[in-house]
Write a protein of this length. Sequence first.
Length: 171
Amino acid sequence: MSSTHDDAVHTGPIKNPKQLLAAALYAFAVPIFAIIALVLYVTSANKTSPGASNPERAVAERIQKVGQVVIRDANRPLKTGEEVFNAQCTGCHATGAAGAPKAGDTAAWAPRIKTGFDALVQSALKGKNAMSPQGGGNFNDTEIARAVAYLANAAGAKFEAPAAPASDAAK
């Protein structure tokens, strides 16, 4: 037998490295795409909609309004600082939750009191660290300021609780 005949018997369809790379790529890519296509086909079956059992409720949930209007009594008397504190602030400031300084803790409140009343009120209105704006409550700015004065005074400050705005007093 000749040497050329032996070479022809043992050679395959891949003749160079470029063909080897293409064959390896197709050997992995084609099965992956086939698996993805099968998964998409199997999971594309008809599914029941979330509101199939109660279509009226589903429609009402889809077309509900984005916001809502809350009407409050504009002439209601303003709450005192203690009332606002008990209603809104006591959850965190009584226990020290989320790093809130406890009510009456002079050491924790001293550096905050040094920043001044206005800075404390702005922190309460805009939120600070884990505290959400206005402490997450439904009180107006004057009531929040009164709660700040009450809380700071419990820790040794001498802040005066703000009076009702002049526009409210004229009514």
